[in-house]
Design a protein around this ligand. Structure first.
Ligand code: CMC
Length: 432
């Protein structure tokens, strides 16, 4: 929430003490009370479960205004980037907070489409894992394992971090596709460096060594759009995880591996898989849309309308708006129909006219419509969150790099309000 004229300080009365705390204002008007001296001056800490009121860093990468439904990468509106940019260009934008020149873009495109091969020994890691294992677990393991190939212990330089960043961006599609190929028992497909980023990913997913595979340009373009829309979203759960792990001095691969695990959860990126499973269960007659919505509103039912609601957006998520239109465009271009789209539209319509959702300001988020496009591209349902992770990779890396060069950064170490037993004496087992 922005305030046009913020005071320079905030006064806090605490018992008979009055302290003055500095106020910071961000470039888009976001106001923050700087509480760094709070504990030293009062002995008290703040209490904010879920950290919904806590700014943990200053950042120049992504701005979002949840009340207005605005999302910008380094100042560029997501709607404009979705129309005019490419995922590779957006990667650079996030990493540098500047659009690349033509020669920078050409060099960077070369780098992230040529460092795509995995070390042959890494294949053994995929092969050692159960085929039924979720691909997010496989990808987290493989990304973590990259540090055993590329990272020596000890401090790193900016140059080394940059090389790691490029490696990770280039190799993530290969890791993702290998996790899928392993699950279906097909040979791993080597990357093709003559293809664009999204086309190469589709080639590694759906090609096989026995026949020529032609990437459908409609699929490649739709995938590029999905990746752009997922590329960053400021201090969400997985990004905060990446920053937190990085704050201990852990390397980029280890930090991002933790981010992949955080993204997997159904309240975060895992929601895209849950949405499609919810739509399929309605399509298959397990419950009607109305019955499902009634359950989602019932406390204690354990059911939520997946793909709806957001910690920050109290308005339509602008990415969901773009994806809703993209569903029509992509299905139209492919000459396909999907009854799941009709069910999603029906759920949205019920929700947006229902007082439960209106009062709580619950709107479709990025995960509500993305699955319908993934499905149209033939992406298997349990790979949806992996594709989210491929998209989020430049965001995680940019935020990790920003943390490394932040002079105010400290190891992340929140405090707690202890509510357990006070001191007591130990008794041996036979005396308890
Ligand atoms: N369906 C039904 N009720 C909901 C939903 C939902 N999807 N989302 C929130 N509510 C209710 C919630 O029960 C609570 O009601 P009450 O005030 O009566 O207790 C109120 O709305 C506020 O919810 P909250 O859980 O306190 O909100 P939060 O900011 O902690 O959680 C959220 C945000 C995204 C986890 C939550 O909205 C949710 O679980 N949504 C479904 C999962 C989902 O789509 N996640 C993807 C998020 S966007 C992409 C990403 O992050 O990867």
């Amino acid at each position: 929430m922005t305030q046009p004229t913020a005071p320079k300080t905030a006064k806090l009365t605490f018992g008979d003490q009055e302290i003055e705390l500095p106020v910071m204002v961000g470039s888009e008007g976001e106001v923050a009370i700087d509480i760094r001296q709070l504990r030293a001056k009062t002995g008290a800490i703040t209490y904010d479960p879920g950290l919904g009121n806590t700014g943990a860093c200053q950042s120049k990468i992504t701005f979002l205004d949840g009340e207005k439904g605005v999302l910008r990468y380094a100042g560029y509106p997501i709607e404009e980037l979705a129309k005019k940019s490419s995922f590779v260009e957006v990667m650079w934008l996030l990493l540098h907070q500047q659009l690349p020149s033509a020669s920078q873009l050409s060099q960077f495109t070369h780098d992230v489409t040529y460092h795509t091969m995995l070390h042959e020994d890494l294949k053994a890691l995929f092969q050692s894992l159960p085929k039924v294992g979720h691909p997010m677990a496989v990808c987290a393991a493989a990304v973590g394992a990259l540090s055993t190939f590329y990272r020596k212990e000890g401090p790193t330089t900016r140059e080394q971090n940059w090389i790691d960043a490029v490696r990770l961006l280039a190799k993530m599609p290969t890791i993702a596709a290998y996790s899928y190929k392993h699950s279906i028992g097909q040979p791993f497909m080597y990357p093709r460096n003559d293809l664009g980023y999204a086309s190469n990913l589709l080639h590694m997913m759906f090609g096989n060594p026995c026949e020529q595979f032609e990437v459908n340009p409609v699929h490649a373009k739709a995938l590029d759009l999905l990746l752009i829309l997922h590329a960053d979203h400021e201090q969400n759960c997985s990004t905060s995880t990446v920053r937190t792990v990085g704050s201990s001095g852990a390397n980029l691969f280890a930090s991002v591996s933790a981010g992949i695990s955080a993204l997997w959860g159904p309240l975060h990126g895992g929601a895209n898989q849950e949405v499609i499973e919810m739509l399929m269960s309605i399509r298959d007659g397990k419950r009607s849309a109305r019955e499902f919505m009634d359950l989602a509103k019932t406390k204690g039912s354990g059911v939520r309308l997946m793909g709806f609601g957001h910690r920050v957006y109290k308005n339509y998520d602008p990415r969901a708006l773009i994806l809703k239109q993209a569903c029509y465009d992509v299905l139209g271009q492919l000459g396909a129909k999907d009854p799941l789209l009709d069910i999603a539209l029906e759920l949205e319509q019920i929700a947006l006219s229902d007082s439960y959702f209106i009062e709580r300001k619950l709107y479709p988020n990025v995960d509500f419509y993305s699955g319908i496009i993934y499905k149209a591209l033939g992406i298997p349902v349990d790979m949806f969150t992996v594709f989210f992770a491929i998209g989020r990779m430049p965001g995680w890396i940019s935020q990790w790099l920003e943390y490394q060069s932040d002079a105010e950064a400290r190891i992340t170490r929140p405090r707690q309000v202890y509510m357990g037993s006070t001191t007591r004496s130990y008794a041996p087992a036979d005396k308890r």
